[in-house]
Design a protein around this ligand. Structure first.
Ligand code: NAD
Length: 293
């Protein structure tokens, strides 16, 4: 039986409309949520991501601030901009679009952002809070987006075996922490597999929920997925099609074959991608609301 397609566009639209309502209420109390995005250099994909973030801010009624810096700036130059934003009461969320040019120390930038304005949830304090299951505060956008997709699709995780493929600091590790929390919407048994795992396919085949975040197009094939498993595809890979001469966005999951064995699956595009921006906006509005407490 073909899988249910989990519609990340529709679910993110629902989250954004809740965020717009929260924004209107905050504005009535004199606080306009403000998100600042720093873009260093000319990476074309980064420019698209930043444009989408600024556009979503406008749609939701936020103040958005785009700071564009040239390709040859130093880490200290970017930190100076971050410090201005840290001290600006109109700004509640700050992020530096990744990846910055190679001379920039990205970890130093993450450290420089005030933990209270860390809209991406990359800061050590905030990552630590996610690990210990802190309920309030900022959450990592992509992992949180995955959790919301599952919850709002009525898929329970409690007692299920979730296998996360990939151990990055922005997706795999924090997602594993969120999936295993002792809470109503989590409570999964979690295995993380990665480039050092020996019998990866065998472990993935045991999963009730598979989450792929590796950055390798069509890596997860139908033979690696148990009949009836839920499959969430975080991957975004640009694959060149010589027939059309264009590149196409492709996930880490071989969607066409896996949808025949899975019970539910996210598409790429239109799955996890729009959720990441929706959760970034929610982090910002939540940070703005905390300034009233
Ligand atoms: P990353 O490159 O930082 O990490 C990739 C992880 O995959 C590593 O932990 C590595 O061990 C593992 N890996 C790589 N090759 C492997 C293999 N052959 N077998 C097993 N494990 C392997 O990547 P990331 O930042 O976590 O991103 C992963 C993917 O998700 C990318 O395609 C990225 O574009 C995408 N992404 C999407 C969103 C979104 O909003 N949808 C957000 C972040 C990342």
């Amino acid at each position: 039986m073909a899988a249910m397609i989990i519609d990340g566009k529709a679910i993110s639209a629902q989250i954004n409309s809740e965020t717009a309502e929260m924004t209107a209420k905050l504005k009535a109390q004199g606080v306009t949520p403000g998100l600042a995005v720093i873009l260093v250099g000319n990476d074309p994909a980064s420019q698209v991501y930043v444009r989408n973030k600024v556009r979503t801010c406008e749609e939701l009624g936020f103040e958005s601030r785009k700071i564009t810096m040239s390709e040859d700036v130093t880490t200290a130059d970017v930190i100076r901009e971050i410090e201005k934003l840290n001290n600006d009461p109109a700004i509640h969320g700050i992020l530096v679009q990744s990846p910055p040019p190679p001379q920039i120390d990205e970890a130093a930038l993450i450290d420089a952002i005030s933990p209270d304005k860390d809209a991406d949830c990359f800061n050590e304090r905030n990552v630590g809070r996610v690990l210990i299951g802190h309920r309030d505060g900022v959450k990592p956008c992509t992992p949180w987006g995955v959790m919301e997709l599952l919850k709002r699709s009525g898929i329970s995780l409690s007692g299920k075996h979730a296998v996360v493929i990939g151990r990055s600091n922005i997706v795999g590790k924090p997602l594993a922490a969120m999936l295993m929390q002792k809470s109503r919407d989590a409570n999964a048994t979690v295995t993380v597999v990665h480039s050092g795992t020996k019998n990866l396919a065998e472990i993935v085949r045991q999963a009730d929920v598979v989450i792929a975040a590796i950055g390798k197009a069509n890596f997860v094939t139908a033979d690696m997925v148990k009949e009836g498993a839920v499959v969430i595809d975080v991957g975004i890979n640009r694959v060149f099609n010589p027939e059309t001469g264009k590149s196409k966005l492709t996930g880490d999951v071989d969607f066409e074959s896996v949808k025949e064995v899975a019970s539910a699956i996210t598409p790429v595009p239109g799955g996890v991608g729009p959720m990441t921006i929706a959760m970034l906006m929610r982090n910002t509005v939540d940070a703005a609301a905390r300034t009233l407490k």
